[in-house]
Design a protein around this ligand. Structure first.
Ligand code: NAP
Length: 283
């Protein structure tokens, strides 16, 4: 069997077009959806990510402002700035690019963002909303993975999903979203014994580890859906995921490529969350 590809670029493009349409509708009601992005320091990867976020936003009609601060900005000054953005009715989404400099407490910074503007979905209130099934913002990466499953028409009810990784921003929220769609969910991590024994039983595998070849063909049940969240570099310096793509695609039913899979979906879901924040604020 050769797996079908889940094309994240194509789906993200459709989602951006939908966001652009809804943004126009909101603008016609006099509301300009707006995202404030805060970057502290000069981490090169963060500079690239924030630039992409601004460009994606402006291309879809959302207003995005990037505020950059030196790495020695005090935590108190950052919290003050977030509070000012919380109080500004013209700002609907606030995103603080991580990682923050070492002298800052990232949890404290994220908890200062109003949950109504927490478009990254990292606030403890957003996490609580996801756990309890209340409305709230879902973290963009697992949300994008769910959109991919929805797009291929995959019914998760009664299926066994195995999530490899348990970070607060990917693995744990991914497991909760799959559970909400009635999958039976197993979460694996670095202390899991015999990972293969778990993945071989899975109808859906989500790999979110950050290590190449965590999932190889011999670990995949024929026909399974494989979603590769990982972002790594191979020996040639090229971007690759956690999944041995060439091997796994011979066994799986569906697989996401890296690049062109989860990455563009993560970016698209930030736009969706920002637009929804603006729609909720507009009533
Ligand atoms: P993270 O915080 O480092 O978490 C990695 C998880 O993998 C941890 O839960 C860890 O277990 C687990 N793990 C490590 N080695 C393992 C092993 N050998 N077997 C099973 N589990 C193992 O990383 P993250 O932020 O979740 O990100 C994961 C990957 O996704 C990274 O490559 C990251 O760059 C990528 N990512 C991509 C996007 C995108 O848009 N495409 C977005 C976010 C992240 P413990 O908890 O026991 O340590």
């Amino acid at each position: 069997m050769t797996a079908q590809l889940i094309d994240g670029n194509a789906l993200a493009k459709r989602i951006r077009a939908e966001v652009a349409g809804r943004t126009q509708a909101l603008k016609a009601r006099g509301v300009q959806p707006a995202l404030a992005i805060i970057l502290v320091g000069t981490d090169p990867a963060s500079q690239v990510y924030t630039r992409h976020k601004v460009n994606d936003s402006t291309e879809t009609g959302l207003q995005a402002t990037l505020e950059t601060y030196p790495a020695d900005l005090t935590e108190a000054a950052l919290l003050d700035r977030i509070q000012a953005l919380n109080a500004d009715p013209k700002v609907h989404g606030i995103l603080v690019q991580l990682p923050l400099p070492r002298h800052m407490d990232a949890s404290k910074v994220i908890e200062t963002i109003s949950p109504a503007k927490d478009v990254d979905g990292f606030h403890v209130a957003s996490a609580g909303a996801l756990v309890t099934g209340q409305p709230g913002f879902w973290p963009c990466t697992p949300y994008g993975c769910m959109k991919m499953l929805e797009d291929i028409g995959y019914d998760l009810r009664g299926k066994h999903a195995v999530v490899i990784g348990r970070s607060n921003i990917v693995g744990k929220p991914m497991a909760l979203m799959l559970l909400q769609k009635n999958a039976t969910v197993t979460v694996c991590h670095s202390a899991t014994r015999d990972l293969k024994a778990h993945t071989l039983q899975a109808d859906v595998v989500v790999a979110a580890v950050g290590k190449r070849n965590v999932l190889t063909a011999d670990m995949v049940k024929p026909g399974a859906v494989v979603i590769d969240v990982g972002m790594n570099r191979n020996d040639e310096g090229k971007l690759c995921g956690d999944v041995d793509f060439e091997g796994v695609r011979q066994v799986a039913g569906w697989v996401t490529p890296v690049p062109g899979g989860v990455g563009p979906m993560t970016r698209a879901m930030l736009l969706v969350n920002t637009l929804e924040a603006a729609e909720r604020a507009a009533g």
